[in-house]
Design a protein around this ligand. Structure first.
Ligand SMILES: [Zn+2]
Length: 211
């Protein structure tokens, strides 16, 4: 069982002028291929959760790109195309059985407000219609119909403050493996709740988000 993994996380604020370019990612996390397994095994975020579950299952890990930045302005088109091309180039020529991606959900790319949708659509095109794709998300993501159409499984954090990144990664990887083994056939549905919560009122420890 060969599972490709990747990470591309950026939370864009379109009012911020500082661009999330490659240097911005490199100042945070920017890893390629086997560096990802060396650097992120045993860590307590999504990719650490992916690697733990895949290790327990004896899966062959195909590491692609791991790029993470703190919240910033939009991602320049050239940066996005570079990271996307690096990720796609590391998908093996032979088939993979599944793809696991750690995403945020609110990445804005120059010319495209749905960066994750663009990435997931490109990965779907690369692996074909029958290979399961699962992605983890921040619960602050702006989920789009394109994301839902391109992925088989999308798993968001359950908590804010975010204390369940590792658990979310594990859940996402476990659901993907069930689909790869044919134990489940995930279906995605897209529904928007008519509700806006201010960031200050979004804690899941009390208030409307708790209930
Ligand atoms: Zn968040």
């Amino acid at each position: 069982m060969r599972i490709a993994i990747g990470q591309l996380q950026e939370e864009s604020n379109t009012f911020v002028l500082q661009l999330a370019d490659l240097r911005h990612f490199a100042n945070n996390t920017l890893l390629y291929g086997d560096e990802i397994v060396r650097a992120l095994t045993g860590t307590h975020a999504e990719v650490g959760g992916f690697l733990a579950v895949l290790g327990e299952a004896g899966a062959e890990v195909v590491p692609t790109v791991a790029a993470h930045s703190v919240s910033s302005g939009i991602v320049p088109r050239e940066t996005f195309e570079t990271l996307k091309a690096e990720l796609l180039a590391r998908l093996p020529a032979g088939p993979v059985d599944g793809v696991l991606l750690a995403l945020h959900g609110s990445m804005v790319v120059e010319g495209d407000h749905d960066g994750e949708g663009a990435l997931l659509a490109a990965v779907r095109e690369a692996v074909g219609p029958s290979v399961p794709i699962a992605a983890s998300l921040d619960l602050h993501g702006n989920i789009t119909a394109r994301m839902v159409a391109s992925a088989d499984i999308l798993v968001g954090y359950d908590t804010y403050p975010h204390v369940d990144m590792y658990e979310t990664g594990r859940e996402c990887a476990s659901l993907l493996l069930q689909a790869v083994r044919g134990a489940t056939r995930p279906l995605t549905v897209f529904a928007k709740v008519p509700m806006i919560v201010s960031a200050e009122g979004m804690s899941t420890q009390h208030g409307p988000m708790r209930s």
